[in-house]
Ligand binder design. Sequence first.
Ligand code: HEM
Length: 129
Amino acid sequence: MADEKKFTRDEIALRNNKKDAVFIIENLVYDVTKFLDDHPGGHEVLMNVVGKDASEDFDDVGHSLDAKELMKKYLIGELVDEDKVVVKKRQMQWDDSATDAGSGGFLSSWKFPVVLGLLMTVLYTYLFG
Ligand code: HEM
């Protein structure tokens, strides 16, 4: 991205017309002025979100990978750090770190039952052997 620029949300808010159509998707800024008439979903939907954060609307449609690839062509920069939001992961992630949280811990690892088993064996032999 040679021409990567930083924008504020206030700056983007002003670029909300057909001649200067810009919106934000996941902290990145897209200039779709030239894309309005080519958008397969029509220019009206895009005009509804110009000047705004279109992350949710874009996601709701469930755009194809091709669409996501095409977006790169219209990328002009990103938001300044102060105006960025934490991008929500809407996809299901079964291997999310939350599920294996504590996997490094002794109690939840395989070592615990093994050590417990050994301990019981030693105790049993000691008591009844
Ligand atoms: C640079 C940004 C965008 C690009 C490159 C893009 C591209 C596309 C493409 C290629 C399609 C055809 C279907 C597919 O391949 O998924 C599509 C459909 C569509 N897009 Fe976008 N889009 C953009 C932004 C948006 C935004 C911000 C909205 C909503 C506000 C939107 C709403 C739609 C809708 C409603 C359809 C029609 C879906 C259907 O017919 O089932 N798009 N878009």
